[in-house]
Design a protein around this ligand. Structure first.
Ligand code: ATP
Length: 448
């Protein structure tokens, strides 16, 4: 993790938030490369979950909803983690994660081993409270959403009535969620503010098992298709007695992080819990009327819920490799070309003989063809290749003396380091076609 954290800071993927003021517990900002990476992760999710399908539509609901939303969903009462305090060092720990925790006073020790007594476990609600309007008081209390899902349930009827959808169909949403995690940690794996990509798939109850199996496989495959090593992914089915109050089955897609296996995404059967509860609490009938069978019923829901930050971190960790090339260490991110923050670096071989001008014209053409490009004319060409390898740029285009005569450039591929001579006129099409054929390369090492 340290290797990844330091690469992220050094190359502008992720910075600690409010760093000049000493930071604020486990909160991060995304820099120029990180924001591009995250945008591409979201785009890859949206393309697969919405654009390429005819049975899923999108939504963007408010972060602050009527607080009754969270009473009805069960979050006000149930969205808690068990917490213990150390009476000596005053640190606070999750009672169910004590084995993974360390004493902040004595980092080599476990909670309580600093000599302090741990209190009994108490329930700690993870929702952030805020006040709406000019007057502070119990009547103005509202919550920052701890999941995007509820905004989807609240809009179920609106979407049904305004769009040509009928069960089975899904509503997808990407947006920020907030949880006052007691012990955040492991970089952007667990933070208090994070982005979720969730989809609620509404279906006739009899089709539940079939769609649950479908979405578990589909979501697992999405990570594999975007380059994650399948040997580092597994499905974990939650035991029935550990399920949340709103679901009857849940499978996590887990990844083997440097700190152990962790949840990447959860696929849950939420039954009709949410629509039914909101119907009862609001007095609005949220049932679906099937014009064919003349039946009115609450659809059941299968929910794939992913974390965008966690996915971005996983792509980075999984892509990271250290190889030895001609006696030197090469750090490379083998990111899927559609996930990589920069697609093409354009590099004049030398800073003279018209090469920079030619390179800039090629870069502009690629930019206008909607490629994410980067122009770099400083340092030896080998060093410039390495800089791009380290941030996962799949293609480097070099403009040399020959280009000035025959309009042919060298395209150097990140993974194989193979070089191809391509006509400038064919460059954009060649890159687009090569991107479509990308395959996860075999690794020299599995570092870190
Ligand atoms: P965990 O068990 O790790 O706390 P969860 O089961 O509470 O996660 P869900 O409510 O299922 O998580 O949320 C769906 C996804 O949102 C998770 O799989 C994860 O990718 C992401 N996520 C949840 N909490 C956080 C967080 N604090 N920081 C970053 N991502 C998160």
């Amino acid at each position: 993790m340290e290797t990844i954290v330091s690469l992220c800071k050094r190359r502008g993927f992720v910075f600690p938030a409010s760093e000049i003021y000493g930071g604020i517990g486990n909160t991060y900002d995304y820099g120029p490369l990180g924001v591009e990476l995250k945008r591409r992760v979201k785009e890859a999710w949206w393309t697969r979950m919405v654009t390429l399908r005819d049975d899923v539509v999108g939504l963007d609901s408010a972060i602050i909803q009527n607080p009754r939303t969270w009473e009805t969903s069960g979050h006000v009462v149930n969205f808690t983690d068990p917490m213990v305090d150390c009476k000596k060092c005053k640190a606070r720990f999750r009672a169910d994660k004590l084995d993974d925790a360390r004493c902040p006073e004595r980092p080599s020790k476990k909670p309580g081993e600093c000599g302090g007594e741990l209190t009994e476990a108490r329930a700690f609600n993870l929702m952030f409270k805020t006040n709406v309007g000019a007057v502070e008081g119990t009547g103005s209390v509202a919550y920052l959403r701890p999941e995007t899902a509820q905004g989807i349930f609240l809009n179920f009827k609106n979407v049904l009535e305004s769009s040509r959808v009928k069960p089975p169909f899904g509503i997808a949403q990407i947006g920020k969620s907030f949880r006052n995690e007691i012990t955040p940690g492991n970089f952007v794996f667990r933070t208090r503010e994070f982005e979720q990509a969730e989809m609620e798939f509404f279906l006739p109850p009899a089709q539940n098992d079939q769609w649950y199996a479908y979405w578990v496989n589909e979501r697992f495959q999405w990570y594999v298709d975007y380059g994650i090593d399948p040997a580092k992914l597994r499905r974990f089915e939650h035991p029935k007695e550990k399920l949340a109050h709103y679901c009857i089955a849940c499978t996590d897609v887990e990844y083997e992080y440097p700190f152990g296996w962790g949840e990447l995404e959860g696929i849950a059967c939420r039954t009709d819990f949410d629509l039914k509860s909101h119907s009862e609490a609001s007095g609005k009938d949220l049932r679906y009327f099937d014009p064919e069978t003349k039946e009115r019923y609450f659809p059941w829901v299968v929910e794939p819920a992913a974390g965008v930050d966690r996915a971005a971190l996983t792509f980075l960790i999984d892509a990271y490799d250290e190889e030895v090339v001609e006696g030197e260490k090469r750090v490379v991110l083998h990111l899927h070309p559609e996930i990589a923050p920069i697609t093409v670096a354009v590099l004049p071989l030398v800073k003279k003989e018209g090469m920079p001008e030619k390179a800039q014209a090629i870069e502009l053409a690629l930019r206008r063809a909607r490629f994410a490009t980067y122009y770099d004319e400083s340092a030896a060409i080998g060093r410039r290749y390495r800089r791009q390898d380290e941030i996962g740029t799949p293609y480097c285009v070099t403009i040399d003396g020959d280009t000035m005569k025959d309009d042919v450039v060298t395209v150097r591929l990140r993974d194989s380091m193979r070089q191809e001579r391509i006509q400038v006129a064919d460059l954009a099409a060649w890159i687009a076609s090569d991107m479509r054929q990308w395959k996860r390369p075999a690794r020299a090492t599995t570092a870190p």
